[in-house]
Design a protein around this ligand. Sequence first.
Ligand code: SAH
Length: 257
Amino acid sequence: MNNENKSIHEFDFNLICEYFSNVERQGPGSPEITIKVLSFIDNLTSESRIADIGCGTGGQTMVLAQHTSGEITAIDIFPKFIEQFNINATQLGFNNRVKGIVGSMDNLHFKDEELDLIWSEGAIYNVGFEQGINQWHKLLKKGGYLAVTEASWFTDERPTEINDFWNDAYPEIDTIPNKVAQMQKAGYIPVATFILPENCWTEHFYMPQASAQEIFLKKHAGNKTAEDFIANQRHEMKLYNKYKAYYGYVFYIGKKI
Ligand code: SAH
């Protein structure tokens, strides 16, 4: 591809998309956890309307599709992810009821009270947890569910290095009780909250990236942007291994009152 006429921003964007299109998931999670979360959700039928926001290439969406019978609309801002998503849905035979659409989570096309379930793994931080849960609330039917993962602190205090890293990356990271209070304030009954187990980060997120990184670095040898990007990914992984007692992803499941 000729990148001469592209802005550096666009080039970064394409590189990041290319890298993450080659792994099963773009955030921590696992099929077992998706299934576990569904066990808390009691309103689903074949008539249900489900949205998966920030779906990526659909790792979790396909598991949702296997374990529900309603219609799933999945939204992501990156067209390349949606392209891969729709290929995956077709290959698994879900294309009649699972659709990937390019769109932004801060401007969703759903009607008020249209949805039975809003799902979002590792993505709500893009609009911010509090803004996301408040904006999406109106899209849910009464009695509908919200199930989202969000980076959260496990303790009130933590080492400076990891505190500074997150305050720079996502200052809205907060403790679990504070996130639950935000949910309650936004009009959801907090149904369940649990910390994603470590294998959601290691086995399902970081391990598949190891070989993807080798391939990516070979392909883009000498490209400083690509090398910096991978160095960044590796740094994040090291921080996770060092400080996983202090933070992680938490699943927050709420029911609209
Ligand atoms: N749910 C997937 C992907 C998580 S990564 C998984 O768990 O594997 C976060 C995703 O949010 C990326 O796919 C990114 O493209 C998407 N995203 C970022 N900003 C967005 C926005 N404004 N609207 C919709 N999707 C967005």
